[in-house]
Design a protein around this ligand. Structure first.
Ligand code: V0V
Ligand code: CO
Length: 145
């Protein structure tokens, strides 16, 4: 059902400065950058490696674009740092139904648009041992509906 870690989301106040840190210290380059209005973030994907299923594992840097967005709230209460982990799956709807069946609250009744046209759903951190968890179906396999 879950085939890999798709990305780890990092909340930061200054995306450019944080990307420069990851480049200078680790040599990671920005593979993709976009603004997601619905989620209230400007985000950059740093590709760490490719994986055996043809997809990739990334660090996702998240800078809020609105004061009432989840990432802005997180920065206010907890400061900069790890915000969520995201597991890759070929079927985000099926995976959501399975984890719901296991007693975990799925925050998105319908998958939402994620980075590069991926399909994403979040799980409540209180049901996941304090870890905000995202399920991601990569864009190549994403349901176009
Ligand atoms: C909040 N809490 C967290 C947390 N955010 N715990 C772990 N990790 C986080 N990131 C805890 C918080 O400490 C509180 O615990 C409790 O949850 C309620 O928090 P709150 O500040 O009152 O916030 P809420 O309830 O208004 O919202 C929290 C949730 C919200 C998780 C429901 O942030 C959400 O819906 N997130 C999903 C969307 C999102 O995060 N989008 C940004 C990434 P105590 O104090 O009660 O113990 S977008 C993205 O990743 C994209 C586009 C992509 O990958 O493509
Ligand atoms: Co994410």
């Amino acid at each position: 059902m879950f085939t890999r870690i798709d990305h780890i989301g990092i909340a930061c106040r200054d995306l450019d400065a944080t990307a420069a840190f990851y480049r200078r210290v680790y040599g990671f380059e920005i593979a993709h950058e976009e603004v997601n209005e619905e989620q209230g973030v400007r985000e950059a994907m740093l590709e760490v490696n490719g994986t055996s299923d043809g997809h990739r594992t990334c660090i996702q840097l998240l800078e809020p674009i609105r004061a009432d967005s989840p990432v802005a709230k997180f920065l206010d209460s907890r400061g900069e740092g790890v915000h969520h982990i995201a597991f890759g799956t070929p079927d985000v709807r099926g995976a959501s139904a399975d984890v719901r069946e296991a007693g975990v609250r799925v925050l998105d009744a319908e998958p939402r648009r994620g980075t590069s046209g991926s399909a994403i759903a979040f799980l409540h951190p209180k049901d996941c041992g304090g870890v905000l968890t995202e399920l991601v179906q990569a864009p190549e396999a994403a349901d176009p509906t």
